[in-house]
Design a binder for this molecule. Sequence first.
Ligand code: ADP
Ligand code: MG
Length: 694
Amino acid sequence: MNKILEVFGSKVFNDAVMRERLPKEIYKSLRKTISEGKDLDMTMANVVAHAMKEWAIENGATHYTHWFQPMTGITAEKHDSFIVSTDIGGAATSFTWRQLIKGEPDASSFPSGGLRATFEARGYTAWDPTSYAFIKDDTLCIPTVFCSYGGEVLDKKTPLLRSMEALNKQVLRITKLFGMDDVVRTVPTVGAEQEYFLVDEKLFEKRKDLMFTGRTLLGASAPKGQEMGDHYFGTIKPRVAAFMRDLDEELWKLGIYAKTEHNEGAPAQHELAPLFEDANTATDHNQLTMEMMKKVAKRHGLACLLHEKPFYGVNGSGKHNNWSISTNTGVNLFEPGNDPYNNIRFLVFFTAVIKAVDEYQDLLRLTTASAGNECRLGGHEAPPAIISMCLGDDLYEVLEAIEKGENYDAKEKSKMDIGVKALPNLTRDGTDRNRTSPFAFTGNKFEFRMPGSSLSIADPNTALNTSVAEALCQFADRLEKAEDFEKEVRILLKETVAKHKRILFNGNNYSDEWVKEAERRGLLNLKSAADAIGKYVAEKNIALFEKHNIFKESEIYSRCEIEYDNYCKTKRIEALIMVEMTKKQIIPAVSAAVADMAKSAEVIKSVGGTNAVEVEIIKNMSALNVALYKKVEMLEKAIAKCDKLESNADKAAYYRDCVNPAMEEVRKVSDELEKNSPEECWPIPTYAELLFNV
Ligand code: ADP
Ligand code: MG
């Protein structure tokens, strides 16, 4: 029995199921829509709906839902059962084409950033046939886009799909120039590596901060952290291994190519890498992966933390977004081959990405901006908030040669000597493995490492697709007019490298020198999410999105507003939970412990003993407890002041400048207090317990 083949896709209305269950003509037409982006033929929707329902019911489904991705960053669903009544009081099942292609969830509970007037709460979901329907918990889930009554975009999928179209259009202009006439459709491909932490569920439930904010707001460092490097790729503990096996199987059922599971740098940290797919499917699948991780963890008595920075002083979690473009003929357009210097088609696509990343640094950065990722970027073993690109030494040299108009001999450079005769003669990998770079070329794809672990990858990919589409558009405008194509390409490459090489950096991105160097080069360093979000409405970004039909101006303003709102709400909840934990748990627990110890000290004294140690401890703990109380009061004042501000942009800035620092102060004192208090009096699980207990 082949377990993988048996379970893979068993809960998906995929190509094989469609081929088997749909009339040939309808199957062919739907296939064209899916793989070539052809308009959907609505007359066939009824047949598809019926086949879907029959299949779903045979596989245990009783309900269906339009599954969509509102601006909350997570997925939403509203379930309806297939049931209908018959005239004679019986029940039957039904699912019509209308129900397949269009839904009307109440949109008023989803963020719209002021786009939708309150009297018009209606929103629509519309079937996205390019992502397969699937069954989850007895419900047939139909991937859909979500928009308002007036047609304004209210979700993350619509802009992603539009950006894929925009990119395809420009890529085809270039492939045509290179004589690739058989290429009629191209898609961005994405593989999203997902990092996460697993902690014991019982301990998790004892910490309000983890439960309500996903991260620890307090907690002194454990005596042992990750300094020994013994967790990364270490053997996987049985409980975690069981979780991973179970997770793989659940994901396979949903047609998700879960491939690699391993431990990550920090204790209790792990990673899952899937095989890559088209950007739309990859995005849906990543959302499902995150959902499944949480669900499967529960089955194993674990809690899965997807927050970007669950533990202070320990590696945070990212989501490496591997991105490339592939053609319907199976060509990866970022495959450099053995001789990239003479592979000018590759160089055109490659330098287009360099141009795009340099010109739209702010946009790429802001699509990764969130309250959670703000804690991670620039922290322990995480990329800084500065966007730069690492190409690896060889390709960097190729570009240098192009800029200087020199020759480059690929063969000479590619030898690698391990110094052991018996080993096979490896050629050097054209790219190195600079783990510190936020945007690295890794062989035949780019790896954007800035996105946070809890983020939907829709936004970063929308930005990437659109900015690269723009660069290619400018290239095509020029090259289509060229009299001597080869010559014009070489000039274009040279100019592009000269103009945008400031974004290239092969060194250590974690170093302080780089921060200074980047500033000297004029690269942006948008440290806080509050700095980055406003860039949405920069004139050049609005122009980009409008030109490629991704967003209307009003939609961009609404997105900006929603991101500010998400940021402010998250920060507010964190601050309030911190106040609650310190006032209701920490301070009373310490007071009680001090009172207890004071009694012991009295007893010791009464029998003529020496209570000097007890007195010292009492003094120390009381002083810190008083200090903590004062810091919490200051934090409360800061929250109250922030609440009075009008605009979300002002609030975000206030959180950045006043509330965040006030929270840090509280934490500092609380952690000091934790270190100076007897273990049994501390009311919440410690870092050591959380990180080493699974
Ligand atoms: P790592 O970066 O950890 O060394 P790999 O290089 O093996 O790991 O691949 C990481 C991810 O990149 C995987 O999810 C893989 O599917 C994805 N990937 C590989 N090729 C492509 C491609 N052409 N387009 C998009 N993603 C890709
Ligand atoms: Mg990686």
